[in-house]
Design a protein around this ligand. Structure first.
Ligand SMILES: CC(C)(COP(=O)(O)OP(=O)(O)OC[C@H]1O[C@@H](n2cnc3c(N)ncnc32)[C@H](O)[C@@H]1OP(=O)(O)O)[C@@H](O)C(=O)NCCC(=O)NCCS
Length: 176
């Protein structure tokens, strides 16, 4: 099996459909096509896919990570992991870890001060994956998901700014 990690090709409809199918099948939260378009169109360079090169093009995307990167309260740059999925048949081989590492590096290069995400409290596999990579549990969000499940908000601080309350940080959008 030869796997290829690459950024999403935004014009490739087949890749878009396959990502949507992967996420729809494996994440409990249902997302409308607009949510996908919001992430992919605004931050095309922050979605990575994994391709099994031995499969046909219409069904060769076996994993993906979808992220964004925005200024938070005009004080710090926050990366965000919106979705992460690996096809059931390919799990346990370090693919998710590679995807998360790739996304973290990209967001570091884009001067993010921190990276945030939410995951279901019951998703012990994802929590272990992220905690082993340095993410910290920050908040428990009561009935965060449509299935009424609670979420943990996890954060990976990358710079000192991440550890300072935004009230005490200057407005990063103003050049002094
Ligand atoms: C969570 C998910 C992405 C992990 O994908 P994966 O490619 O199998 O993960 P990896 O092989 O890279 O394993 C990474 C870490 O996850 C944890 N992990 C993976 N499989 C596990 C299992 N069966 N039991 C416990 N921990 C497990 C381990 O900490 C592992 O690190 P280690 O091998 O150093 O111990 C995958 O299970 C998935 O797609 N689940 C459904 C969607 C989902 O829950 N996404 C996350 C939502 S935020």
């Amino acid at each position: 099996m030869v796997l290829k990690y690459q950024s999403l090709d935004i014009g490739n409809q087949s890749q878009f459909k396959q990502i949507k199918t992967l996420v729809d099948n494996d994440l409990s939260e249902p997302y409308s096509v607009w949510v996908y378009r919001f992430f992919l169109n605004n931050w095309p360079g922050l979605t990575y896919i994994v391709i099994d090169t031995e499969l046909e093009e219409e069904k060769n995307v076996i994993g993906c990570i979808i992220c964004k990167n925005e200024l938070h309260r005009n004080t710090r740059r926050r990366g965000y992991i919106g979705m992460l999925v690996v096809n059931n048949e390919y799990r346990g081989q370090g693919i998710a870890k590679n995807l998360v590492k790739t996304a973290i590096n990209k967001m570091k290069n884009e001067q993010c001060d921190e990276i945030m995400l939410e995951t279901e409290v019951s998703n012990t596999i994802a929590i272990k994956l992220y905690e082993n990579m340095g993410f910290l549990k920050m908040k428990r969000l009561f009935r965060y998901y449509l299935n009424e499940g609670d979420a943990y908000r996890l954060i990976l601080p990358l710079t000192e700014k991440s550890c300072i309350r935004s009230t005490f940080l200057g407005d990063a959008s103003i050049d002094i």
